[in-house]
Design a protein around this ligand. Structure first.
Ligand code: C5P
Length: 243
């Protein structure tokens, strides 16, 4: 069954500081979103990429994708063997993903959801996620063990106030999850129809349906560009790749 990827790229990126929407900021001269699309198109499994653009930026994103089409000249709407579509996004990441799913043609039975903010994910991670879905898991997340110990706190009313610690989950059992997250299409669509509360990843919606979600090894280069220091790290990773 063919595999499509939905890339939510409609966020403002407030934590990164003032400027253009996060997905359109440059890394080594190329918009983060273009790196992310290339990273998924690098997988021989992925034949369609649906980019969910900022609501007022769909036309700009479409011309950006056309401008960065692979050398050799491919028709508009396609990068070699990978087609792409652009749709306008919504208020929340969840809504943006749902708008992307609404545009998914019927033949795609496996869907990846990948943050534009994870531009450097290696193709090996993409392939591992696809293979685990094809092996029968309804939902798959790439995940890494944590370096830091994690505490649950009672959040303070005002930023900077001390926060009482409530619990310390055993670190060895915790994982930080990344994207692309991979899904059986029907499971993901049902999750988006059923779960209404706000969540931070798609797999947790599938968990709420009672379906099994499995974790496969993630990769340190699949980190999310969120704060200014992450831009420094991303530039360093790209420089190392060019060596
Ligand atoms: O804000 P956060 O870093 O969790 O965003 C993760 C991804 O979701 C980013 O790629 C961002 O562009 C996307 N997003 C979106 N629509 C929103 C908010 C975030 O597509 N309304």
């Amino acid at each position: 069954t063919p595999v499509a990827a939905v890339i939510p790229a409609a966020g403002r990126g407030v934590r990164l500081g003032p400027g253009a929407p996060k997905a359109l900021r440059a890394l080594s001269g190329t918009p983060m979103l273009i790196h992310a699309v290339r990273a998924l198109a690098a997988s021989r499994h992925v034949s369609l990429v649906i980019v969910v653009a900022p609501p007022d930026g769909a036309a700009e994103v479409k011309s950006l994708l056309d401008a960065h089409a692979l050398p050799g000249g491919t028709p508009s709407g396609s990068w070699g063997r990978t087609d792409f579509l652009v749709v306008p996004g919504g208020e929340s990441r969840q809504e943006s993903v749902r708008l992307g799913l609404d545009a998914l043609p019927p033949q795609y039975g496996v869907v990846l959801v990948h943050d534009a903010a994870r531009p450097l994910v290696p193709v090996e991670t993409v392939d591992a996620v696809v293979e685990a879905v094809r092996d029968g898991a309804p939902a798959v997340v790439p995940a890494l063990p944590l370096a830091d110990t994690v505490k649950e706190v009672e959040p303070a009313a005002a930023a900077g106030d001390p926060e009482p610690v409530v619990a310390t989950p055993e670190r060895a059992r915790l994982r930080a999850v990344q994207t692309p997250q991979g899904f059986d299409r029907a499971a993901l669509v049902r999750a988006h129809e059923t779960v209404t509360e706000n969540v931070t990843d798609d797999a947790s919606m599938v968990e709420q349906l009672g379906l099994t979600v499995v974790a496969v090894p993630g990769h340190e280069e699949a980190f999310k560009v969120t704060r200014p220091l992450d831009l420094v790290l991303a530039e360093a990773v790209l420089a190392r790749r060019r060596l």
